[in-house]
Design a protein around this ligand. Structure first.
Ligand code: C2E
Ligand code: MG
Ligand code: MG
Ligand code: MG
Length: 285
């Protein structure tokens, strides 16, 4: 944030603040050109059932920023949100995700009949024509809506629950499903889970990484599993890195895992190759 203005309307900055402001501005300017420059790419990370097959996949945005290499979304999504650039960028993500799904479905052998999860930011979700956009892309690629899952955060629900419910219900009519991302880190009430068409809870990776620390850290995961069971929701554990974590999650009844233990987010070709090897033994019935 910009510092309070001085007596003559002149703002005073410390040099490190000035540098931070400069870096931010330059990121924002570079982001403005990134779409035209074709600098974005979707990576894909598998969601794996603990006894083997890939059961889902999440699209994760990557930015190949010239002279900076690959920049992680954590660094630019917040800037895109604040500047409004998230609207065209988010739209590109949705469109590209639908295009990818269509490619996979028409590939010989029907590579993956997986459903694809796409992260949607609050500002993108609340744009007035969001539902129409999603519908347009489904039509363009002739996709059944149930192949697409939108990952939203609790922030979306807190912003405007009435509007959120209305949009989610419209999208649910097209078959879309919703996952609540980073679950357990926000403040959403259990009532939301009951009133909204949410089908999946994603246990935040912070709870997963606590699991193999000293002491018993299973309480939160157990609580989420119990809520999910009562409300008939699927659960995906995020950030599963070790066999120990995977084992503990299994013991706690959580069998769908996403994390480096199974695969890092990868470009499309790498992801499809993984699908083929991993599910190969199962395709032949
Ligand atoms: P998220 O949706 O919670 O995605 C999970 C993040 O955890 C991803 O980071 C993923 O690469 C990382 N991850 C997966 N497995 C592991 C693991 O085993 N260990 C660790 N330490 N990390 C793991 P990523 O790709 O950097 O994305 C960060 C966040 O940026 C995402 O969190 C999501 O909130 C946001 N994001 C990514 N792509 C998009 C997008 O297309 N649109 C929007 N609006 N946000 C996006
Ligand atoms: Mg996500
Ligand atoms: Mg998450
Ligand atoms: Mg996260």
């Amino acid at each position: 944030r910009v510092k309070e203005h001085g007596r003559n309307g002149i703002a005073f900055y410390r040099p490190d603040m000035l540098n931070a402001v400069r870096a931010r501005l330059s990121t924002e300017n570079a982001l403005r050109k990134a779409l035209e420059g074709n600098e974005f790419e979707l990576y894909y990370q598998a969601q794996v059932d603990s006894d083997g097959p890939i059961v889902g996949v999440e699209a994760l945005l990557r930015w190949h920023r010239p002279e900076h290499g690959m920049v992680s979304p954590g660094e630019f999504i917040p800037i895109a949100e604040e500047s409004g650039l998230i609207l065209p960028i988010g739209d590109w993500v949705l469109h590209s995700a639908c295009a990818a799904l269509a490619r996979w479905r028409s590939a010989p052998g029907g590579v993956c009949d997986l459903s694809l999860s796409v992260n949607v930011s609050p500002r993108q979700f609340f744009q007035p024509d969001f539902v129409e956009r999603v519908h347009t892309y489904l039509e363009e690629y002739d996709l059944p809506g149930d192949k697409l899952e939108l990952e939203i955060t609790e922030g979306v629900l807190l912003d405007d629950i009435t509007e959120a419910r209305c949009k989610m219900q419209q999208l649910a009519e097209y078959g879309l499903r919703f996952a609540l991302d980073d679950f357990g880190t926000g403040y959403s009430s259990l009532r939301y889970l009951q009133q909204l068409p949410i089908s999946t809870l994603k246990i935040d990776q912070s709870f997963v990484s606590d699991l193999n620390k000293e002491g018993d850290h299973s309480a939160i995961v157990l609580t989420i599993m119990s809520v999910a069971q009562h409300l008939d929701l699927k659960v995906v554990a995020e950030g599963v890195e070790t066999p120990e974590q995977a084992g503990l999650l299994d013991e706690l009844g959580c069998h769908v895992h996403q994390g480096y233990r199974y695969s890092k987010p990868a470009d499309e070709a790498t992801f499809l190759a993984l699908c083929n090897t991993r599910n190969a033994s199962r395709t032949v019935v």
